[in-house]
Design a protein around this ligand. Structure first.
Ligand code: ACO
Length: 429
């Protein structure tokens, strides 16, 4: 009997089956051979929320949720956050290796020189109502970009893919800044080729007059690190959406729009917005115990806490906490940080959270920094999406280049009515 296999006995028939184990998994299709008789469709696995289903092989991101480890292409997240720029990290995620000096310069040049968007994108953004949610505008505008680049449909052409990847990473900051300025009723600021990625973004967001000083380098670096911390997170909800949409050979603009839509939800990238609303609602340190009581009774969830994969401290939350102090030195302390720190302390000592292994996730502290930097809460998920774009694109590219992949199409367990005869409306009781 092969060592790398499991033996399953089907108690319905008494038959045994030997199924190979590869990389710690069995191929779900091997279950299909387990049948009661020839008319049986074969065994399936039932896994709502894909809690124990690997949908792909990947070489991009490694997470050990029990130990709180996150690595992009093997490099620990804390090393990248400390020593690499966001664009350097994006290159690593997309191409598998850190760039040398020449490659990095070329990459930064390329990204900088694709930031301009078609004039009609300005008109498109201007068409939204003044109070439209930035994520609604963002999702729609990413989708609209598809109509400007019809050649992006050639998803099996590597050169074409590379061009669309550069465009999406570049134009995302321009689109995000236009959306912000539209919601503020401010004229659009065009990108500048002499600025780095995060500086360019902050300049497009906040510039009021020609003679205004450049964004503070500490804030630029904080924004850059926040993008890095969000750059990829293996098969999360939005990345899975990106892969699923991409599996039908849709172009990367509409696939990214779908991924951004998945990110928008409060249980995923929308959580950073909800954390801020929650901290405001709590309001003060003395109101925390009462709020925690409501969480424990099941009435509400503690936003920014808990994670499907991390059953330990999210390593990104640790790094974000450090950046918060640097940002506060420049812009002044956000008073909500005291509420957040005390809330974390109380939760981490409480058996409800300890027994369920609920720790702060990436979103718990990011919003406090964004708010201190003067960003409104409803733009927070857009900032998450800017950071995640290289991850979505790398995972999309891996998926469309993977010969083992097929169009995504899960099975279901049908539990509805058996065949029945149509009854005309007049004869229905
Ligand atoms: N507050 C209170 N209780 C919680 C929380 C929370 N934030 N998260 C999980 N729980 C409890 C659940 O009630 C459940 O308890 P039970 O066993 O008594 O029923 C247990 O912990 C397990 O929770 P599930 O919902 O089964 O865990 P799942 O892995 O499906 O959910 C999720 C993960 C969605 C992130 C969840 O922890 C949550 O809703 N957190 C708040 C939203 C949030 O911060 N999302 C951002 C995640 S990070 C990201 O996407 C970038």
């Amino acid at each position: 009997m092969a060592d790398n296999s499991i033996t399953i006995t089907d108690n319905r028939t008494g038959k045994t089956y030997q199924i190979p184990v590869e990389n710690g998994a069995i191929n779900a299709m091997a279950l299909r051979g387990i049948k009661v008789d020839d008319t049986d469709f074969g065994l399936m696995s039932y896994d709502p929320g894909y809690k124990n289903t690997a949908s792909t092989k990947s070489t991009i991101t490694f997470i050990d949720g029990e130990k709180g480890i996150l690595r992009y292409r093997g490099y620990p997240i804390d090393q990248l956050a400390k020593s690499a720029s966001f664009l350097e990290t994006a290159y690593l995620i997309l191409f598998g290796e850190l760039p040398n000096q020449k490659e990095l310069e070329q990459w930064e040049y390329d990204i900088n020189h694709h930031t301009i968007v078609h004039k009609n994108i300005e008109k498109f953004v201007s068409g939204f109502r003044y109070d439209a949610h930035p994520m609604g505008m963002f999702v729609s505008t990413l989708g609209a970009l598809s109509t400007f680049y019809p050649e992006a449909k050639k998803v099996h052409d590597p050169e074409n893919r590379a061009l669309q990847i550069k465009r999406l990473i570049s134009k995302t900051i321009t689109v995000a800044a236009f959306i912000y300025r539209h919601s503020k009723g401010m004229h659009y600021i065009y990108p500048r080729n002499d600025l780095g990625y995060a500086a360019n973004f902050l300049n497009m967001m906040f510039r009021m007059t020609e003679d205004q000083a450049m964004p503070d380098p500490v804030l630029v670096r904080a924004m850059d690190v926040l993008f890095t911390l969000h750059a990829d997170h293996e098969q999360n909800c939005s990345t899975t959406a990106m892969r699923v949409i991409g599996s039908s050979e849709a172009d990367p603009y509409v696939a990214a729009a779908g991924a951004a839509a998945a990110l928008y939800g409060p249980l995923h990238g929308g959580a950073n917005e909800q954390v801020l609303r929650m901290l405001r609602e709590i309001g003060s340190v003395k109101a925390i115990p009462e709020y925690v009581k409501r969480v424990k009774s099941g009435e509400i969830r503690l936003m920014g806490f808990g994670h499907r994969v991390y059953k330990n401290y999210d390593p990104r939350a640790k790094i974000i906490k450090e950046i918060a102090d640097q940002v506060f030195e420049v812009v002044g302390k956000n008073p909500l940080i005291d509420v957040a720190i005390e809330l974390e302390r109380i939760a981490l000592e409480d058996d409800y959270f300890v027994s369920r292994k609920l720790y702060p996730n990436v979103d718990f502290y990011s919003g406090i920094i964004y708010q201190a930097m003067g960003l409104p809460v409803d733009i927070f998920p857009v900032l998450f999406a800017i950071g995640r774009m290289p991850g979505w694109l790398s995972q999309w590219q891996e998926n469309v280049s993977d010969n083992e992949q097929k169009i995504a199409r899960p099975r279901q367990l049908y539990l509805g009515s058996d065949e029945r005869q149509f009854v005309p409306v007049a004869k229905r009781g």
